[in-house]
Design a protein around this ligand. Structure first.
Ligand SMILES: NC(=O)c1ccc[n+]([C@@H]2O[C@H](COP(=O)([O-])OP(=O)(O)OC[C@H]3O[C@@H](n4cnc5c(N)ncnc54)[C@H](O)[C@@H]3O)[C@@H](O)[C@H]2O)c1
Ligand SMILES: [Zn+2]
Length: 371
């Protein structure tokens, strides 16, 4: 048996109402002047001000110009604000978009360089960074426990990720109460992102026992609770289970990385603007059926209580339909050229961590069948 390693530098605090511990947590690591990074909806709903007030004056300002799929310019503006206020820590309150923007800004505010020097260029990100407290408000990306940031450069027409040890938050405060306001469609998109993280981690060629255990636990929580959270946004138990599933899947895939459905999601989001989780899930069932010959994938389906991998794919497909997720690309009237472009743009490195070889022919047929 090959050896393995598990790494997780983020301290994780989980529980309802835990966001109220923010001031104490900041004092614990000696923060004096912080910036709260969030999205406009948190300012509009008064949540950002509430969190700032909870900080005992330690959060000096709010930066809320972060869009879904944040642009490099938003990251650079956030870094400039951090420098202007001479901040010594960052609090990221929001979904993956806010956390990813804040994580990168916490590094580039020190070097003063634009994020475009590093995003999509392969250049190593400088190590020095401000401490980050990540407070997720969706149960999905688990960016609070990963070293990855996904940014978009609309000028260059790319959405891509870069990573750095410095992008790991110092602390993740996961308070399920913050997810009660997530509307049903976003609940489904983010919930399926969790399911994809766990499955893609499990069948990844980098799999190892700690990540396998976490991935199975995440699926045991998410599979019975996603539809409950979708239909009953105020169901505290379902929300807590989804929040725990999200961070648990994150603790798993942070070490293995993702795989083919995530690789295929990038062009689906970039070209057709399909939200991240929905885009990942669009090809998950096809990859499950492709991977059904793999004995580990068969064992996963059985561990989750399914008779076999095809039964698992059938159930996921039913869940997608029940939660308003698109299962095909009919809306987009794809031409043969569009399909060829999708095939080419799906070839990110994570496509190749699938247990069964993913050929161009498979991708072409898959997209063809979806149109
Ligand atoms: N860093 C990583 O490891 C990682 C992993 C997967 C995905 N991602 C990236 O994360 C982004 C997606 O993040 P996401 O799915 O969390 O969505 P998001 O952060 O883009 O948020 C989507 C919308 O939901 C709103 N929202 C967030 N929380 C809310 C709440 N509690 N109540 C009401 N509205 C709320 C936001 O304001 C925004 O308008 C994508 O860019 C994706 O590529 C990053
Ligand atoms: Zn994801």
């Amino acid at each position: 048996m090959n050896g393995w390693e598990y790494k997780m530098p983020v301290r994780v605090v989980f529980g309802e109402g835990k966001v109220a511990t923010l001031a104490n947590e900041i004092k614990n690591f000696g923060g004096h002047c912080g910036l709260l990074v969030t999205s406009p909806s948190f300012v509009k709903r008064g949540v950002a001000t509430l969190i700032q007030e909870m900080s005992d004056g330690l959060i000096a300002g709010i930066f809320s110009q972060v869009s879904p799929n944040p642009d490099v310019k938003e990251c650079d503006a956030c870094a400039a604000r951090l420098r202007e206020l001479q901040c010594d820590f960052v609090v990221a309150l929001g979904g993956g978009s806010v956390m990813d923007c804040a994580k990168a800004a916490a590094t580039f505010c020190i070097s003063g360089e634009p994020s475009t020097l590093y995003l999509g260029t392969g250049k190593s990100v400088p190590q020095e960074h401000l401490p980050i407290i990540a407070v997720p408000t969706t149960a999905g990306t688990a960016s609070e426990v990963t070293s990855v940031s996904v940014l978009t450069d609309h000028e260059r027409g790319i959405k891509t990720s870069f990573s750095s040890f410095g992008f790991y938050p110092t602390l993740a405060i996961i308070d399920p109460e913050l997810t009660y306001s997530v509307p049903p469609y976003l609940t489904a998109c983010t919930g399926f992102d969790v399911i994809c993280h766990a499955i893609e981690c499990y069948w990844n060629y980098r799999h190892q026992p700690v990540c396998d255990t976490l991935a199975i636990r995440a699926l045991q929580l998410a599979l019975p609770n996603l539809e409950k959270a979708y239909h009953e946004p105020g169901n505290k138990e379902a929300r807590a289970c989804m929040a725990e599933a999200s961070v648990t899947a994150g603790l798993a895939f942070s070490n293995t990385k993702t795989s083919a459905p995530h690789a295929c999601s990038y062009p689906l989001t970039n070209i057709y603007h399909i939200p991240h989780g929905e885009a990942c899930m669009m090809t998950m069932c096809q990859f499950l059926r492709l991977n059904a010959i793999d004995t580990r994938v068969q064992a996963l389906a059985v561990a989750l209580g399914f008779t076999d991998v095809n039964a698992m794919a059938d159930e996921l497909s039913r869940m997608m339909q029940a939660t308003g997720m698109r299962r095909d690309l009919k809306d987009f009237h794809l031409t043969d050229t569009d399909i060829t472009t999708l095939v080419e743009k799906s070839k990110s490195p994570n496509l190749y961590s699938n247990p069964v070889e993913v050929t161009d022919e498979f991708l072409y047929q898959m997209y063809h069948d979806m149109r």
